[in-house]
Ligand binder design. Structure first.
Ligand SMILES: NC(=O)c1ccc[n+]([C@@H]2O[C@H](COP(=O)([O-])OP(=O)(O)OC[C@H]3O[C@@H](n4cnc5c(N)ncnc54)[C@H](O)[C@@H]3O)[C@@H](O)[C@H]2O)c1
Length: 356
């Protein structure tokens, strides 16, 4: 079987390529990456050693995709994945749309042409920032949590948001490109009949991630802590109580392997959450406490000014994935943090190499 992975040199793309090569005998993986993410070039030799064919190319460019041989499945891991992309001076809004949406359209054409299945990695940032900021929260043990007596909110349960939570704008430019990609993928799959799975992920984290404050926050925090780089709690009263869940890419890979094996099983959901869920969720303050026990204390600055697009609590309920696929994450947050900390200790210059 041949699988085509876009963004194959990225954190998630390279992890999936490695896991899928180990899972399927006779697997052939061809990947494309334009190496625009600092650090992505570091994964090239590792992938070549695994016999993954890595092509330097860009999904915005149709002719780069036209030369890829027919694959049974496409896994789309190429994107500018930051919620600040297009607004923070690193590239324009138009470039963001070209990478994240026009790139997806080119892949949809490829899938239509070859009848390839598509696995689209989407994000929890498709959800309404206004509605997320209106959730009734209380602070407890250094973290925001939902007020349990207030759980009459549409599409929020004790385990987090369900897939029906509001996607009403504002959702950020990044969120908009991913939501638009989801919709276009659903329409192409419906119109042309190729298989589609949309895996809407919360934070994904682990060793080897190219961390920045606006993307890969668990990894960024641990790496910064390890080498005593300045850190600050932004917004939310400067408490660091804001919470996200986290998933290891190997857990994502187990699900994707099952999705590939199931082919076009129409009894399975097309779109669902794939996340670490409530048990994995931690606040910045709690990650700090973990880092203090692993390293030693490190002063955290405070900037109470709210930052655009920030949300206080974003936890995805992945109950649908459990019911449909029998899938649950197996790698704990503590193991994810330990893995990142080991990597940080072995690679003290990591943030400088990969933060561009
Ligand atoms: N990491 C997370 O926490 C997270 C969470 C939810 C969803 N996602 C999604 O998962 C996917 C992968 O994210 P990641 O964390 O591996 O990001 P990453 O930045 O590590 O990897 C993305 C890769 O895509 C490449 N790329 C970007 N634009 C390209 C283009 N036009 N053509 C070819 N290659 C291009 C980059 O060079 C990079 O190697 C993205 O779609 C992202 O939206 C990630």
């Amino acid at each position: 079987m041949r699988v085509f992975i876009t963004g194959v040199c990225g954190f998630v793309g390279s992890s999936l390529a490695e896991s899928l090569m180990a899972t399927f005998s006779g697997m052939e993986i061809v990947g494309i990456d334009n190496l625009c993410r600092s650090g992505s070039e570091l994964n090239r030799s590792r992938l070549n050693a695994l016999s993954v064919e890595v092509r330097h190319g860009d999904i915005r460019c149709r002719s780069d995709i036209e030369t890829i041989p027919a694959a049974e499945w496409v896994i789309d891991c190429a994107a500018l994945p930051s919620v600040l992309a297009g607004t923070d001076g690193h590239g324009s809004a138009r470039q963001l749309v070209e990478h994240n949406l026009i790139g997806t359209l080119n892949l949809l054409d490829y899938c239509r042409q070859h009848n390839s299945g598509l696995i689209l990695l989407s994000t929890s940032r498709v959800y309404s920032i206004r509605d997320l900021c209106s959730l009734p929260l209380i602070a407890e043990d250094g973290a925001f949590r939902l007020q349990s007596e207030e759980l009459q909110i549409p599409h929020v349960g004790p385990e987090g948001l369900t897939e029906q939570f509001s996607t009403t704008p504002p959702i950020s430019l990044y969120g908009a490109t991913k939501r638009a990609s989801e919709i276009m993928a659903e329409e192409f799959s419906e119109a042309f009949g190729f298989p589609l799975r949309i895996d809407r992920c919360g934070v994904i984290g682990g060793a080897g991630q190219f961390a920045r404050p606006d993307q890969g926050i668990f990894s960024f925090w641990v790496h910064s802590f390890a080498v005593r780089r300045p850190l600050k709690y932004i917004g939310f009263g400067g408490t660091g109580h804001q919470v996200r869940d986290v998933l290891h890419p190997r857990d994502l890979s187990r699900l994707i392997a099952a999705q590939i094996k199931a082919g076009d099983d129409k009894s399975k959901p097309r779109l669902m959450h794939v996340s670490g869920g409530l048990t994995s969720a931690r606040s910045l303050k709690q990650i700090t406490q973990w880092c203090e026990s692993r390293f030693s204390s490190h002063a955290i600055d405070v900037d109470c000014t709210p930052r655009q697009f920030d949300v206080p609590w974003l936890v995805l309920d992945s109950g649908l994935a459990k019911r449909a696929w029998g899938w649950e994450p197996t790698i704990s947050t503590e193991n994810i943090l330990s893995e990142i900390a080991d990597h940080a200790t072995d690679n003290p210059d990591w943030l400088m190499t990969t933060s561009g």
